[in-house]
Ligand binder design. Structure first.
Ligand SMILES: *Cc1c(COP(=O)(O)O)cnc(C)c1O
Length: 495
């Protein structure tokens, strides 16, 4: 299977190992598969009797053709092992009649980014070997919270890789700070920046753009690499859990092979829902993909009008991982709907004007596959409370947004087929807001919110967050953004 850039009309081909190592295409576009592989009904029946790692290895093998199935299976077994995912990799939970929750947060950081970041570092490590790279990859991450921790857990102790994470000292929650400061692993560094998220992000961008830094690092045997969500190595593993959810519905007799289902996905960068789109295009019987947004509903507006416009107010919500005005992975959908030439033009307009508009024909073709809704803060809190009181289902704030959007969709379309809602974080990851949504009052402090929520719901605190207040802190202090280069150079040594 070849990969090409979303903006390249010449369709220059790359292997999957190359695209996982490179991240972004040289022309600034994102890598997409040159064709979409097909999954037959027989393939799906065969996968239904398999474990999650086997299902994932099969899906990955259809795209990563320069990796052997055995290599992929070995990596999937390690990534999705019982120790890392004690509650199962992607269990499907019945919430009420015909509504199911696909719980993607049973991994080591209690959020769905683990589904990709537990496997992608292993794919990168192999990509370095396959492309004859002898240098060590140095992953730099600027984080406002969740991604940094998930990347640290994924890359720790992976061969030929080191990871360094920068976060704003005042821009992350107390729990998030503790999660990162207590990070284990020999090849990790965590560093607080005196400043906000933009300062951390700009520092990392500055280092990536600095040729002198690249040379200095190369002399020391290092090459910079990133872990962000536009990398194909993060996207591909996400296709697997849509197929897996379908298999689980087959196994419980909810559906027969070939029956249609709907998926509803809480969306930020458009990565997770784009993986669902690929599953649909591969032949998984899906009726609609429901794109769920919070008060930052730039995507809902896009699906309604065909206009993507960043020039709008930005809101901080209780579902922070969806507080996004640039949904980078939407570019991949534009490529499949409108082709590389049009995509390059629209992305240039986005860069220069902060907006673009797709043709009526493109919008119509997109609307065949997608529906879009949003939920504001009050609606989200109400949904969390109702699910808890009426259905005894406890969910986090991002899942709350998606559940609310799912209900809006059902009110319009009817509930005659199963609807699977992606649950992207453990309720304990956002315990204070979940508690407030249910009881109406804020807990006294963020750490006691964990115990209070456990007492209220009779459920156990997610394992990665248990006892977090008493773990050994390994990384203390903070530096000015201007000192980031020195910190990187000091970390770049092989021991
Ligand atoms: C990252 C994230 C999302 C958004 O996923 P995208 O792939 O960026 O659309 C939703 N919920 C949670 C909890 C997340 O961490």
């Amino acid at each position: 299977m070849d990969f090409i850039s979303t903006r390249d009309t010449t369709r220059k081909a790359y292997t999957s190992a190359q695209v996982i190592k490179m991240g972004l295409a040289p022309d600034g576009g994102l890598f997409v598969p040159a064709q979409i592989p097909h999954l037959t009904q027989d393939d799906i029946s065969a996968l239904a009797s398999r474990s999650y790692p086997e299902r994932a290895a099969k899906i990955l093998s259809l795209y990563l053709s320069d990796y052997s199935y055995d290599e992929l299976l070995e990596d999937c077994k390690k990534a999705y092992c019982e120790q890392s995912f004690p509650g199962g990799a992607a269990p499907l939970c019945s919430v009420r009649d015909n509504i199911f929750s696909l719980e993607l947060w049973h991994g080591p950081t209690a959020a769905f980014k683990d589904m990709a970041l537990q496997i992608m570092p292993r794919l990168l490590s192999r990509a370095l070997q396959k492309t004859g790279e002898t240098k060590t990859a140095l992953i730099l991450v600027a984080t406002s919270g969740d991604t940094g921790k998930a990347a640290l857990e994924g890359y720790k102790d992976i061969p030929q890789v080191k990871i360094q994470v920068f976060y704003p000292s005042d821009g992350v929650s107390r729990v998030q700070k503790l999660q990162m400061a207590t990070q284990t692993g020999k090849n990790v560094d965590v560093c607080a920046i005196n400043g906000n998220f933009d300062d951390a992000q700009n520092g990392v961008k500055r280092i990536f753009a600095n040729r002198e830094m690249a040379q200095k690092l190369a002399d020391k045997g290092f090459v910079l690499s990133s872990a962000n969500s536009i990398n194909w190595g993060r996207l591909a593993p996400q296709i697997a859990y849509y197929v897996s959810a379908y298999c689980d519905l087959l196994n419980t007799g909810e559906i027969r092979n070939g029956d249609l289902v709907d998926f509803c996905v809480p969306t930020g960068n458009f990565g997770n829902i784009f993986a669902a789109y690929l599953a649909k295009r591969m032949g998984l019987p899906v009726r609609k993909l429901i794109c769920a947004s919070n008060s930052n509903h730039i995507l809902t507006d896009f699906f309604a009008r065909g206009e993507y416009d960043r020039n709008r107010p930005f809101f901080l919500t209780m579902s922070p991982s969806m507080d996004i005005l640039i949904s980078s992975n939407l570019e991949r959908l534009l490529y499949f709907a409108a082709g590389p030439q049009e995509t390059a033009k629209l992305m240039e307009q986005l860069r220069s004007d902060g907006r673009y508009e797709v043709s009526t024909k493109t919008l119509e073709s997109i609307r065949n596959d997608f529906s879009a809704y949003y939920a504001d803060e009050t609606e989200t809190a109400c949904t969390i409370k109702e699910l808890f009181s009426n259905d005894h289902y406890l969910c986090d704030t991002h899942t709350g947004v998606a559940m609310c959007c799912a209900c809006k969709y059902l009110a319009k379309e009817g509930a005659e087929i199963p609807l699977v809602v992606d649950s992207t974080a453990s309720p304990y990851k956002f315990a204070a807001d979940v508690l407030k949504s249910i009881t109406g009052t804020s807990p006294s402090d963020p750490l006691s919110a964990l115990d209070e929520l456990s007492a209220l719901s009779g459920t156990e605190i997610a394992y990665p967050l248990r006892g977090i207040g008493s773990r050994e802190v390994r990384f203390t202090g903070s530096i000015d953004p201007s000192c980031m280069e020195d910190r990187v150079l000091a970390f770049a040594k092989n021991d």
